[in-house]
Ligand binder design. Sequence first.
Ligand SMILES: [Fe+2]
Length: 212
Amino acid sequence: MSSITEQTSNEDRMTRYRTDVAARRTRNIVQGLHHHAYIARNLEETRHFYEDILGLPLIGTWVERHNPVTNQRDNYVHAFFELADGSCLAFFQFKDQQYNDQTAISSFKQNNPFAHHIALEVRGFEALEEMKMRLRSGDIPFVETDHGYCQSIYLYDPNGMQVEFTTQVPRTDEMFATVAPTAHDVLADWLSQECLPSNNEFRSKEGWKPGT
Ligand SMILES: [Fe+2]
């Protein structure tokens, strides 16, 4: 059991850390995620998944007849599904289905999560449970894991894109307060050394577990 003195010094450390975090974020002109874009195989299938099952409202569908990349006439849509902070998951679909399917990053096969996934935050275990309930109701399989600094579930959308829903945990701030001061040194050490030991002592050793 820690002494009162140790508890007080940890509280002081966390107060200083939170003040530093607030200042660090104030200095950053990049406010947040605006949108993340991906090609959909079928935007109605994608709409049903994100809007009806996960609860992300479709807030805009832009029909585009000029392609700014090729500078040619084209025919595609860009549809935006909103998160609570106003950021969006956006999906394209080209009318030329062959072009659409060839252009998709993984041809709609399920992505290796290390190659690409997107993690979306939910606030607390109750919200994570609510998301699991939505997935079960839509017969969407998922897996779960404890990263130590956050707890997550993973699933695939109809386009093969892996989506993670994650929540902060009670120890999240303390874990980041510990690694923040050494982040640059640890990165340099890992790049220059063959076998640096893990500094994440709270990661679950169980790996992915099928969602229940
Ligand atoms: Fe992740």
